[in-house]
Design a protein around this ligand. Structure first.
Ligand SMILES: Nc1ncnc2c1ncn2[C@@H]1O[C@H](COP(=O)(O)OP(=O)(O)OP(=O)(O)O)[C@@H](O)[C@H]1O
Ligand SMILES: [Mg+2]
Length: 269
């Protein structure tokens, strides 16, 4: 189980994460939302062990993670991160080698690598640009390659920092389907995003951050029904929640659910 306990972090003298206690094991998909600069990426880099908390800890199965080289290699097999900027995760010019990079480092056999790479490329729909050099890819295409590079790890936890930023509507929809497939395998996803509608749709639990602190947490329908708190945190309500609170429409998780509910009530009326 991945969690944090009273975690604080500072860059030089500037404390940017304050006393954060998260439990990422309680629900399949946990969302983190907050305005620019509230500390989401810094949190993810702490969770992944790239950065080390000043106080408190990142916990795995209730124990603080081990920051030795071997400890971090082990941790990153359980907790894989897709960083916000795909450039941070690109090591090779050819896509197949790039996606296989972490598995080769771990000494996984080539037949297994080939199987996982093939599967990941299909999941992110990268077949059409698979043979292009990575430096010629668009931002959204690079993002898909970075996501594929994380998926091949088949880790217990997948941390996605702004996974849909730069993706087109079909890429965004594929991301939603990928998350559903991963959680169907009993794995956990932690996702940070400005796409409040995406977070509302895919998350079972959500934390709202403001200035490095958690200002609200819980069931998305409840948390997102607090417009004043969201405004203060620099956010807006998901459109499905707004339709519910402003116009009394049924509170639905997805557009399809809402349209179905409205069709049923129209037919009944
Ligand atoms: N390397 C760094 N050195 C010093 N300060 C930093 C560094 N990286 C980030 N910060 C600061 O830490 C704070 C949190 O930044 P972070 O990137 O974690 O926010 P974020 O929530 O991910 O923002 P965004 O929504 O823009 O991605 C910001 O005030 C930022 O200016
Ligand atoms: Mg960020």
């Amino acid at each position: 189980m991945l969690a944090t306990q009273n975690l604080s972090f500072c860059y030089q003298d500037d404390t940017v994460l304050h006393d954060l206690t998260f439990d990422f094991g309680a629900h399949p998909v946990t969302g983190i939302v907050g305005a620019n600069g509230c500390g989401k990426s810094t949190l993810f880099m702490n969770l992944n062990g790239v950065l080390r908390p000043k106080n408190g800890a990142v916990l795995w199965q209730g124990k603080a993670i081990n920051y030795s080289k071997a400890g971090l290699i082990e941790h990153r097999q359980r907790v894989t991160t897709v960083f916000q900027d795909p450039e941070q995760q690109i090591f090779y010019t050819d896509i197949d080698s790039d996606i296989a990079f972490s598995l080769r480092n771990l000494g996984v056999n080539e037949a297994e690598i080939a199987r996982r790479v093939e599967h990941a490329i299909q999941l992110v729909d990268a077949q059409s640009f698979r043979h292009k050099p990575i430096q010629y890819l668009s931002h959204g295409q690079k993002k898909r390659v970075a996501i594929a590079g994380a998926l091949v790890m088949e880790a217990d936890y997948l941390l996605l920092d702004e996974p849909t930023a730069g993706l087109d509507p079909s890429g965004r929809q594929q991301m939603i389907e990928i998350i559903a497939r991963i959680t169907a395998q009993g794995k956990h996803v932690v996702i940070s995003s400005h796409d409040i509608d995406l977070i509302y749709e895919v998350c079972d639990s959500v934390y709202v951050m403001n200035g490095g602190k958690v200002v609200a947490a819980g069931e998305p329908g409840v948390v997102f029904s607090q417009p004043d708190m969201l405004r203060e945190a620099g956010l807006v309500q998901p459109w499905l929640v707004k339709l519910h609170s402003e116009l009394g429409f049924p509170l639905c998780k997805t557009e399809t659910q809402l349209f179905n509910a409205l069709r049923v009530s129209k037919d009944a009326g």
